[in-house]
Design a protein around this ligand. Structure first.
Ligand code: SF4
Length: 373
């Protein structure tokens, strides 16, 4: 069981809304708002960092939205605040998400100088027709020019890729071209889920979606990547620490409008409202204690997404009872017999097989029904 923690900052500003996007972000904001918002992010960090006491902070993540909207000074000030709080940024994985359309060499150099050591690029597709259908602000020619510049400053670069969107794509060809631009170490490949918005792109049929996913999987496997979580692939030792905290039941502090937190020791979750004005004026944070059932569901929901699975022996420390006092052993053994789960009695590790990962929702429904509390 890990005792690690991370800090997530949500930067909810985007110059333009992508048509497929369902994250909380706004496009209409005053020039001065990001600075004002940045100040509140840092005061919130100062007042809430104590919630992570007793854990070791191993990851800092700026996501969005578009973190590139924030000034160079903001990241310098964050580094100063972190150091005052005793956060050792040098030993953290410090990630900033960037849209490859946003490139300003001095801004990128500044990130590097502040201590950022990982970049996550929202590439999504490498085909102009698909990028246009998705309403992205970037095109292939821009990316060909910009991506190598990120590689000039950073070794550890991840990219986001979307599938299930855009007909007749040659995903293998798209990825081949993308990998010629930078030595990516990590890829997050997400299945498009259509937001309820009139102009959102249509979903592909299931067959084409699966073919696109398989093309990504095959390409990355040939490159030596391991699928360490359902939607995430990495070279050895380049798994995202930030994501692993979610999946291995670590604690994280999420700061910013729309950001959520989970503090394991206290069993408490909290969330800021999707409301920038409320956040800037110090309102909009609500928190609640999770019930035992919710904690177990979270443990299963997150832990079974990752290749390493969960260790059932952690149950006593986490929930006060052994795993099989809390979950029907018969359901688990049926799922093992049916080939969905793999259970190692000696180590206590329970994980999904490849078949189980493909049918994870069905597996979780059965396990949730088998919880005895
Ligand atoms: S840049 Fe990212 S957060 Fe902003 S609209 Fe596009 S997908 Fe959504």
């Amino acid at each position: 069981m890990n005792n690690f923690s991370g800090i997530y900052f949500h930067i909810p500003f985007c110059p333009k809304k992508c048509l497929y996007c369902d994250f909380f972000s706004v496009t209409n904001f005053s020039k001065t708002l990001p600075d004002e918002y940045g100040k509140v992010l840092l005061t919130e960090l100062e007042s809430r960092f104590g919630e992570l006491s007793g854990t070791k902070t191993v990851s800092v993540y700026f996501g969005g939205g578009s973190p590139s909207v924030m000034s160079e000074k903001f990241y310098q000030k964050f580094a100063e605040s972190a150091s005052k709080l005793g956060i050792d940024l040098g030993s953290c994985e410090w990630t900033v998400e960037i849209n490859p359309a946003d490139i300003d060499e001095s801004w990128i150099k500044n990130l590097k100088n502040c201590g950022v050591n990982r970049i996550s690029l929202g590439i999504q597709a490498f085909d102009d027709a698909v990028l246009a259908e998705a309403g992205r602000r970037t095109n292939v020619a821009d990316m060909e020019k910009n991506i190598p510049l990120f590689a000039k400053y950073f070794d550890n670069i991840s990219c986001d890729f979307i599938y299930g969107l855009g007909k007749n794509r040659e995903i293998n060809h798209e990825l081949t071209q993308v990998f010629e631009l930078a030595p990516f170490k990590h890829v997050s490949a997400y299945s498009y889920s259509r937001p309820e918005r009139k102009n959102a792109p249509e979903l592909l049929d299931e067959e084409e979606t699966l073919l696109q996913e398989k093309a990504i999987r095959d390409f990355l496997q040939k490159k030596g990547f391991s699928r360490y979580e359902i939607s995430n692939y990495s070279l050895p030792c380049f798994e995202s620490r930030h994501n692993m905290l979610y999946w291995t039941y670590g604690s994280w502090l999420g700061i910013g409008a729309g950001a959520a937190s989970f503090i394991r020791k206290a069993g408490v979750s909290s969330r800021y409202a999707d409301d920038i004005e409320a956040f800037v004026s110090g309102d909009g944070l609500s928190s609640w204690e999770l019930t035992l059932r919710e904690k177990i569901e979270e443990f299963l929901l997150m832990g079974l997404r990752v290749k390493i699975g969960i260790n059932t022996n952690d149950s006593k420390d986490l929930f006060g009872k052994s795993f099989f006092e809390l979950i029907s052993g018969k359901t688990v053994s049926d799922l093992v017999t049916e080939g969905f789960l793999d259970f190692n009695e000696k180590s206590g590790v329970l994980k999904c097989t490849a078949k189980g990962s493909d049918f994870l929702n069905a597996v979780l429904i059965k396990l949730f029904d088998a919880i005895r509390c």
